[in-house]
Design a protein around this ligand. Structure first.
Ligand SMILES: *Cc1c(COP(=O)(O)O)cnc(C)c1O
Length: 396
């Protein structure tokens, strides 16, 4: 037998974290790493946050799981909070981002089928998007590396270039149900679209009775300095998928929608055994207690501006490595001139700095949202030492 007990789908690195302390992770070997990856934009309160721990402990002692066959005061309370803070009128809780996107896709199809427009089932999605790893969500992305071995894909998706409004408009046909889009592409390389792109998609949706479905699994929950990123683009969606930061490390996602867009999601149409269980609700309430207020959002914008300014000033010292800084708030990317993976590995293994590589030769910088200036200083020290010690691969 040569297969490992852990199905070998991840090319895991040698760092093996066993404990977290605020913005640092401690490895099996006792070494301390600065965590500017946050479990890929999940640990927005950092590690070992007292409020989050307390909420989970208290709820675990009270009631951990019940079926969605019963009334849920815990879900009703959190759903009301999300409704009050966003465009949405209604919420479905899931355990992950991909499930939240699946629910968003089903909600969009059900909207049209509810009124007998069964032919309007196709979502227009965008090149290099990432929506998750279920069959539905890989089908929503054009990335062939995620399709390989898993064909056939689910029908009903058409891919066009991200940020290209004309291409999006030209792709609309009789089968179009709407657009599914990340307001800022995450895995694709922290790509912020041109300012007229999202308002343009909104206008097309209004004109053709289509739905604007946003995937804010990575960009949501205060990451960009507003509660959701769409607020910065002067639009409201019809449906939105959220996850990652919303549980602060506890697995949770949600599909949120307007009353109109959710008109097909009636009793018996959708479900989840675990989705929205009391433990997840308690965790998310603690996360929102910390982040869903103007003072915290202002903190994220302030830290984002300071970190961006430091990076912009710094990257000119290494023009052979860095090309630019992009993103919003603390959803940041360094566009590199070199392959990001070996550089990210070098920072991790030789400078105890955790970041995440992404598409388009980009290195993601996703700190916990609770960083202060001392963490920015530490990050810049480690990054600067890492850039100075990096042996560029031989030019070919
Ligand atoms: C991470 C991510 C997902 C998938 O979330 P999972 O919890 O891994 O299923 C979907 N969309 C976007 C934009 C993401 O960043």
């Amino acid at each position: 037998m040569s297969i490992t007990p852990l199905m070998p789908v991840y090319p895991r690195c040698g760092f093996r974290p066993v404990r977290g302390e605020h913005c640092h992770l401690i490895g099996e070997d006792g070494r301390r790493y600065l965590d500017f990856a946050s479990g890929i934009a999940v640990n927005i309160l950092g590690h070992s946050h007292a409020g989050l721990i307390g909420a989970i402990q208290r709820q675990a002692e009270t009631l951990m799981h019940v079926s969605n066959l019963y009334g849920s005061p815990q879900q009703e309370h959190l759903a009301q909070r999300l409704v009050d803070m966003t465009f949405a009128d209604t919420v479905f809780f899931t355990n992950s981002g991909a499930e939240a996107v699946e629910c968003a896709i089903k909600t969009a199809r059900a909207y049209h089928q509810h009124v007998g427009h069964d032919h309007k089932f196709e979502l227009i999605t965008f090149r290099d998007a990432f929506h998750g790893r279920t069959l539905g969500t890989i089908s929503a992305s054009d990335q062939e590396k995620m399709h390989k071995g898993f064909l056939p894909l689910l029908p009903g998706f058409k891919y066009v270039e991200f940020g290209n409004l004309e291409a999006a408009k030209a792709a609309i046909g009789p089968n179009t149900a709407g657009f599914l889009v990340e307001p800022i592409q995450g895995e694709g390389g922290i790509k912020v679209p041109p300012v007229d792109f999202l308002p343009g998609l909104r206008a097309l949706c209004d004109e053709h009775d289509l739905l604007l479905v946003l995937d804010e699994v990575q960009s949501g929950v205060a990451r960009t300095g507003t509660f959701y990123a769409y607020e910065q683009f002067g639009i409201v969606p019809d449906i939105l998928a959220t996850a990652k930061g919303i549980g602060g490390g506890f697995p949770l996602g949600a599909c949120i929608a307007t009353e109109k867009a959710a008109r097909g999601m009636v009793a018996g149409t959708h479900g989840s055994t675990y989705g929205g269980n009391p433990l997840a609700m308690a965790a998310s309430e603690a996360v929102l207690d910390a982040v869903a207020n103007e003072a915290f959002l202002e903190h994220v914008r302030d830290m984002g501006a300071k970190l961006t300014a430091r990076l912009e000033q710094f990257i000119g010292n290494y023009p052979e490595i860095f090309e630019g800084v992009r993103g919003r708030g603390l959803l940041l990317g360094l566009k590199l001139k070199i392959e990001p993976r070996p550089f990210v590995a070098h920072l991790r293994d030789n400078h105890q700095l955790l970041t995440v590589s992404a598409g388009d030769k980009t290195m993601r910088v996703l700190p916990p949202l609770v960083i202060d200036e001392s963490h920015i200083d530490e990050f810049m020290d480690r990054l600067s030492a890492g850039a100075a010690s990096y042996k560029l691969p031989e030019a070919v």
